[in-house]
Design a protein around this ligand. Structure first.
Ligand SMILES: *Cc1c(COP(=O)(O)O)cnc(C)c1O
Length: 721
């Protein structure tokens, strides 16, 4: 018999009950709204702080695993019950806010946002890096702004890998079945409660996919999943791993995402006004839109279909690096698009293949997702001013007869979601000085600036030190070798009592491990760097984190090279590598370090966003002038390395030499002395002025609200029809 005072919890895990007066924790944990409101995260943490850490901030696992005595204790605590009730009420109020209309974007005709990865929260492991985090921030901001938007992606059964470093510094990958994680996802069904299934022709057969719904505030995120009995064993693995497998896996995933995604929206009765292709992975969707158009308008030509599709589609390119722009050999295209599909577009094989080429005449050129997207979307953009320029140069040949400056690729600089990335402690400070709706001031940069100047330096510094201490204790826990039975491996420590110090200048360096990010630039003159960090009066410590793509051997070697420096005693004391970089670790780092280091090879950092997160927390950027930093740096809000001019006629080796020298010099002469220049109260006045300047200038300009407004104005509503 069902107990009277308990409520059944989770349709996925039978027989788990919650006390009735805490039953709304079920609804709270079913929508990621809680994850960007500090009171939300605190509700779960306060239930059982240790368990909260061990379930890795996954609320549904927490509710399932928590000791029932503890839970009932909380249910008997009127203050806690009241906090839950109040949060739930606010969530309900927020979710009930009506969606707004923006030109042709209306609640009936929303934006359909397509992306291969989504970084909404650590507990939803469907992202690998910046692209996914950006997509997650996009959804949260759309929700906050009541922009009608639905999102489409894939449900990766094994997610992205978890990183382990072996004794010799080599990266190993581990995958876990995400269905063990009690994710807040629900099957998408029709009115009769039957699963909605879409099919796509792949590998000469029909492959079926069901869909799952993830709620991100007011935004619905649909994830396609081929792991159903209708498919054979191999096809069930199509949505197995994010960026796993080979080129064949990649193209079938992309066909499912683009074509399956459009079919899913149709099956749901959703009629998007605009399709946003966030990176080229989803570009096949344009072909399905063209096919549907021609099916309904049999008298029209493919060119008419292109005109129709272009007016509906927006494309964002995210990288000038070749590996980020998928290309497929003709055999793979043949295997994925049969004659029937090509016929339905009123094309022949040759003209179909030409759609994906920069030069349609060049029969040897592979089929590229970026050329396809550029041709099929009326609006295309890069993700910073510089990246816009670079993309126009890179893709000018797609647009025949156009001069570089006339290439129709504009730019919308990336931003980050303030409520996700600004530390709760700073948010509390802003509330104190600007009121509960402090983030609304970000729409008015001048008022924001003024409001921040009214906060005393001492308060800013105190808040920063709090976060820095938190980070250092977090690191000590992370590197303690308890996992391996006190066996000291290359990056673990058996004695952490004095490891890292909150008074030392602390540099953070965390990002994907990939060639152009130059992980080992800092090792160029190793002796000189050791002298900098081992300075007895002004010591410096540095924290690294990041994953290499599982198939990128060169990146893994670079990582091993860095980690192997641990054989040096000084390095071991002052540098640390944190395994398994993710959104959670990113938050600790961008909130708790003093300096955020970035040394990409120019001009390959399309935008970068981690530096924006850092600056919003008063962490000073020390970065090469590339991507967003060219727009963000004003001389006072951080430090620049090297020059702005593109180096002419130098080899990569020579550039590395120059820029590493510049880095050491700035560290020795500017960054380190400034940090240690403190007044009689121990506060580094000039440094704090820079922190304040960063918070004042970077927060409004690189907030995702500004980014989304730009997308609405410059892309989503920019059509004339
Ligand atoms: C923000 C973020 C990124 C992007 O970082 P960049 O330095 O801009 O490349 C990657 N991974 C995680 C987990 C992040 O939070």
């Amino acid at each position: 018999m069902k107990p009277l005072t308990e409520k059944r919890f989770l349709d996925l895990s039978e027989g788990v009950f919650l006390p009735e007066n805490l039953a709304c924790l079920d609804a709270i944990s079913s929508n990621f709204y809680w994850s960007w409101h500090r009171e939300g995260a605190e509700l779960f943490r306060d239930l059982d702080p240790f368990l909260w850490e061990s379930v890795e901030h996954n609320p549904r696992q927490l509710l399932k695993k928590i000791d029932r005595f503890l839970l009932w204790q909380k249910a008997s605590d009127p203050e806690y019950v009241e906090r839950v009730r109040r949060f739930f009420e606010e969530q309900e109020k927020y979710l009930a806010e009506p969606l707004r209309s923006f030109g042709r974007i209306t609640p009936q005709n929303p934006v359909a946002y397509f992306c291969a990865e989504y970084g909404v929260h650590k507990s939803l492991p469907f992202y690998s890096g910046g692209l996914g985090i950006l997509a997650g921030d996009h959804l949260k901001s759309a929700s906050d702004m009541s922009l009608p938007l639905v999102a489409v992606g894939l449900l990766y059964r094994f997610g992205y890998f978890r990183q382990k470093i072996t004794h010799d510094g080599w990266q190993e990958e581990r995958y876990a079945d995400v269905f063990g994680l009690d994710l807040p996802i629900s099957r998408v069904t029709n009115e009769k409660k039957e699963r909605i299934i879409v099919s796509v022709r792949i590998r000469q057969r029909e492959v079926f996919a069901q869909a799952w719904l993830v709620r991100v505030g007011k935004v619905r995120l649909y994830l396609l999943d081929t792991n159903i009995p209708q498919n054979n064993e191999i096809d069930r693995y199509i949505t197995g791993h994010l960026y796993g497998g080979n080129g064949e896996t990649r193209i079938v995933q992309e066909k499912l995402l683009g074509i399956g995604g459009v079919r899913l929206l149709k099956a749901l009765g959703i009629e998007p006004a605009v399709y946003h292709l966030n990176e080229g992975h989803s570009a096949f969707l344009t072909l399905e839109l063209a096919r549907q158009f021609l099916q309904e308008n049999s008298d029209k030509t493919f060119d008419d279909a292109v005109q129709y599709v272009r007016q509906k589609c927006v494309f964002t390119t995210h990288t000038p690096v070749a590996a980020g722009n998928d290309v497929f050999p003709p055999e793979l295209i043949d295997a994925c698009f049969d004659k029937q599909f090509i016929d339905s577009l009123k094309l022949d094989r040759e003209s179909f293949l030409a759609l994906g080429r920069v030069n349609p005449e060049d029969k040897n050129e592979w089929f590229g997702m970026t050329p396809l997207a550029l041709k099929m979307c009326a609006v295309s953009n890069g993700v910073s001013k510089k990246h816009g320029e670079v993309s126009r140069r890179l893709w000018v040949r797609v647009f025949k007869n156009e001069k570089v400056e006339d290439v129709p690729i504009t730019y919308i600089t990336n931003g980050v979601h303030p409520l996700t990335w600004i530390a709760p402690q700073f948010q509390a400070l802003y509330e104190q000085y600007m009121g509960k709706n402090w983030y609304k001031l970000l729409d008015e940069p001048e008022r924001w600036k003024e409001a921040v100047s009214s906060i005393p330096d001492e308060e800013i510094w105190k808040t920063h030190l709090l976060l820095k201490n938190l980070l250092i204790y977090y690191i000590r826990r992370k590197v303690f070798s308890s996992d391996t039975g006190k066996f000291e491996t290359i990056h673990e420590h058996s004695d952490i009592k004095d490891f890292f110090c909150s008074e030392y200048l602390t540099i953070g360096f965390a990002r994907r491990v990939v060639g152009y990010k130059r992980w080992t630039l800092i090792l160029k003159d190793f002796e000189r760097f050791l002298r900098i960090i081992d300075n007895p009066i002004r010591p410096v410590q540095i924290i690294f984190a990041g994953k290499a793509h599982p198939q990128d051997r060169e990146a893994k070697i670079m990582l091993q090279n860095l980690i192997s420096q641990n054989q040096n005693r000084i390095w071991l004391k002052r540098a640390v590598f944190i395994e398994d970089y993710d959104q959670d670790i990113a938050r600790y780092l961008v909130q708790g370090t003093d300096v955020w280091l970035n040394v990409p090879r120019r001009p390959l950092e399309a935008s970068g966003t981690s530096g924006q997160k850092a600056a919003m927390n008063g962490v000073l950027n020390l970065s090469i002038l590339d991507g967003w930093w060219i727009e963000g740096f004003n001389g006072e809000n951080g430090f620049s390395i090297g020059t702005l001019d593109d180096p002419q006629g130098l080899s990569d080796e020579e550039i590395d030499h120059q820029e590493s020298n510049s880095l050491y010099e700035i560290l020795e002469n500017r960054v380190v002395p400034l940090f240690y220049e403190t007044n009689e109260h121990g506060i580094p006045k000039t440094w704090v002025a820079k922190m304040k300047n960063a918070i004042q200038t970077v927060t409004p300009q690189f907030s995702s609200y500004r980014m989304l407004k730009d997308y609405i104005e410059k892309a989503y509503t920019r059509f004339t029809d």
